[in-house]
Design a binder for this molecule. Sequence first.
Ligand SMILES: [Ca+2]
Ligand SMILES: [Ca+2]
Ligand SMILES: [Ca+2]
Ligand SMILES: [Ca+2]
Length: 547
Amino acid sequence: MKCLLKNICILFFAFNFTLIAQDNSAHIKGEALVMLNKTGQLDKLLNNNTELHLKQVISKRSGIYLLSFDSLLNEQTILTKLRGNSEIYIAQFNHITQSRSLPDDLQFGVQYALHNTGQSGGTLDADIDAPEAWDITTGGLTSAGDSIVIAIVDDGFQLTHPDLNFWKNNFEIASNGIDDDGNGYIDDTKGWNAVNNSNSIVLAQHGTHVAGIAAARGNNAMGVSGVDWKSKIMPVVGSTILESVAIAAYTYVLECRRLYNETSGAKGAFVVVTNSSFGVNQGQPANFPLWCAMYDSLGKQGILSVCATANNNWDIDVIGDIPTACTSNYMITVASTNRNDGRVTTSAYGTNSIDLAAPGSAILSTYATNTYTTLSGTSMASPFVAGTISLMYAAACDSFIQLYKQYPDSFAMEVKNFIINGVDQKVGFDTLYFSGGRLNAHTSIVDFQNYFNCYSVGLKKIEKGNFIISPNPAMDKLTIFNNDSNPIKSIKVIDVTGKTISLLNFGNNNSHKTEINISNWDNGVYYLQFTDINENSTTQKLVKIGS
Ligand SMILES: [Ca+2]
Ligand SMILES: [Ca+2]
Ligand SMILES: [Ca+2]
Ligand SMILES: [Ca+2]
């Protein structure tokens, strides 16, 4: 984990030292790592302790050095001595790191898109860095215990595939002819079929394959691994050429999530993303206003929609496509790359319409019945992004999940931004895709976690004061009231990285109400620290949203 604020990390380590008397973790005999004090001098340390020798300068700037000593000496005595030395701030053994464990899925070695070792003529690291992401999370639940759901809208699914983990509607009683959970659908225990408006999920190959890319069961000693090992797949049958069917399919997802939001998770489903690997070639958004509008409706409830672009060498900005030319902010549109990080030339592009690329060539995934097969196309690229989004919700810290539940649309947008900004830039992709790169799950997750790090601003608890921010979230202008009898003296604005971006001083003459123009602030989360004339201080969170 990166430490945004060095001081916090060091304090944490220092605190741990008082707890650890004996270090039994595997380490190299006869070696110690030290970090000097600000004024500490290496020469002085070595001159006064002749049993110590400099082995390697790890970081001159931070004063970190690897020292060696005779391995026959008592290492605990040496460590204790180092820790008591006035030149040294931190001393520890040089621990042996374990190699990163890969999942035991039998065919994982084939899955270059997750971890490219150059297999089958591929390029090393032309992948989404899945094992690195799995060191952080393997999906399944949010920090608040929500069961994360990926809705796959497709032609059908093998619900009984042993390597797939499908969502079940636990609030619906099967076959009683009643809509028990009140989501508007009768007996929808397993998902929905929008083609014939029934609860019967038909068996089909394409959807089974797409589902496994996003979320096949990982590390279960079977078949393949999904990007997300544990989140659940909501099967929705709805990928036909009929627009009415697509809209009906999305509406099912929307109603399940709306029910979750309205009942605070007592019913419904915590769907965070939809995947759509289908569309209408050369469709013009102006002719499909209802379909395009569905992505905004889903977004308002907190759902991002990942969509595969056309499998043709077209500039979608010019040719058009449904859905990937729709302009909703809550969509992420995906093109396809191969095992060498090359653009698949039969995959569409467009710097305005197409957000990023992901591996989509020769992708091994689940197939009916109880098998696996390799398929190619943008259909395969899109679910890598969908699976990464569900992983991000599993990686999110408490403060993010709380904000997301309060403002699902604004914070879904934050997740999208981290997907786009986390890509690995590739030569020539800047003229093809908005992001200029190929998905990297690890980078997106790490940047996202750091940005929303619960401790990054040093405010472990947000106090509740008598100050009221209105509106919150806010767009252009902010009004701040102090319900206390004391006038506001100053307002300090801190961004999520802990940086003070403005300090407004009102002296002792300010009233109980003040206005701030925030139209030029970037969208996101800010902390406002209020102080009244009696030096009473509280901090509150503000969400700035776009117009
Ligand atoms: Ca890699
Ligand atoms: Ca129902
Ligand atoms: Ca029922
Ligand atoms: Ca598996």
